[in-house]
Design a protein around this ligand. Structure first.
Ligand SMILES: NC(=O)c1ccc[n+]([C@@H]2O[C@H](COP(=O)([O-])OP(=O)(O)OC[C@H]3O[C@@H](n4cnc5c(N)ncnc54)[C@H](OP(=O)(O)O)[C@@H]3O)[C@@H](O)[C@H]2O)c1
Length: 273
């Protein structure tokens, strides 16, 4: 069962599993905030695995809509985990690099302490803790900077802006790992096949700042828009983001899974777009 199958990650997840017996309820059919609906759907379908990719992903919006953010991102996953526990379904939950504060200078390992700096990060961190309490053998996949076809994402925004503006200002003091949703979907399928448990970090290989990412997007798309580096202070946003949230690939590698570089992922995204 894939919950969140219409999202940026959900769509390629559904495609990856196209040969399998798949249940993909819409958010109208199964709103994860509704404990009884969640329970009924999981009981009825008795899935072997539940991949929970549903979330309230508007990071800035979460700051002003705290109740909704916690209801979807923490209480929803708890509802799913309780039902999964009842039926014995394996659970894989998608979490985020924003559970970290960004003060490290080397890639975050799975055991590093959580210290979220935003409401969104807090919702994800609290969900992780609750899920591990409920189902210690569940799998939590932290990822970052997702991009993909058919949804709002950074490369899409940059390309749209670059088409109408001669220059773009992009922050150069936040470093992370861009992740192409189809590559992550592939890794998630492998994680389920390998019966993975515990926390895993899964991103495309390599890291960059948003400015470097934007530069590469504009260059690869053959546009002559100028990309200018600015600081987060110069472009304030409602939610604070970690200055450094590179996730170490060690946990994924330990399971024999490798993800390609974000530059190669971007090339494929631009071809498919
Ligand atoms: N996007 C990123 O940069 C990023 C980075 C790190 C981690 N993540 C995590 O990766 C996962 C996938 O993110 P994404 O970017 O694919 O998300 P997305 O494109 O925003 O899609 C969110 C999905 O969740 C569903 N949903 C929202 N509220 C729901 C509810 N109350 N009940 C049931 N379903 C609900 C949506 O359904 P509708 O379409 O019907 O609304 C949609 O299928 C999330 O857990 C996210 O937190 C994302």
């Amino acid at each position: 069962m894939i919950i969140g199958g219409s999202g940026l990650l959900g769509k390629p997840l559904v495609e990856q599993w196209s040969g399998a017996h798949l249940i993909v309820p819409t958010s109208q059919e199964v709103d994860i905030r509704n404990r009884e609906t969640v329970r009924a759907a999981i009981r009825k379908n008795a899935p072997e695995w539940i991949v929970l990719a549903a979330a309230h992903t508007d990071v800035d919006g979460c700051e002003s809509n705290v109740e909704q953010a916690f209801a979807v991102n923490r209480d929803g996953p708890v509802n799913v985990a309780e039902a999964a526990k009842e039926t014995g379904a394996r659970l894989l939950f998608i979490s985020s690099d924003y559970v970290f504060d960004g003060t490290k200078k080397t890639p975050y390992e799975t055991g590093d302490p959580r210290n979220p700096q935003s409401v969104y990060g807090r919702t994800k961190a609290e969900a992780e803790v609750r899920l591990l309490q409920l189902i210690p053998e569940c799998c939590i996949v932290r990822t970052s900077w997702l991009f993909g076809i058919g949804g709002k994402c950074f490369p899409d925004t940059i390309l749209k802006l670059a088409a109408t503006r001669p220059a773009l200002d992009v922050v150069n003091d936040q470093r992370g790992c861009p992740t192409y949703a189809p590559d992550l979907a592939k890794a998630i399928v492998q994680l389920c096949e390998k019966n993975a448990r515990g926390i895993v970090h899964a991103t495309n290989a390599g890291d960059c700042t948003w400015f470097e990412f934007a530069q590469e997007i504009v260059r690869s798309a053959g546009l002559d828009t100028v990309v200018r580096p600015v600081s987060s202070e110069q472009l304030p946003r409602p939610a604070s983001r970690p200055a450094y949230s590179v996730l170490s690939p060690g946990s994924l590698r330990a399971l024999g899974i490798e993800m390609p570089s974000w530059r190669y992922a971007l090339e494929r995204y631009l071809c498919q777009r």
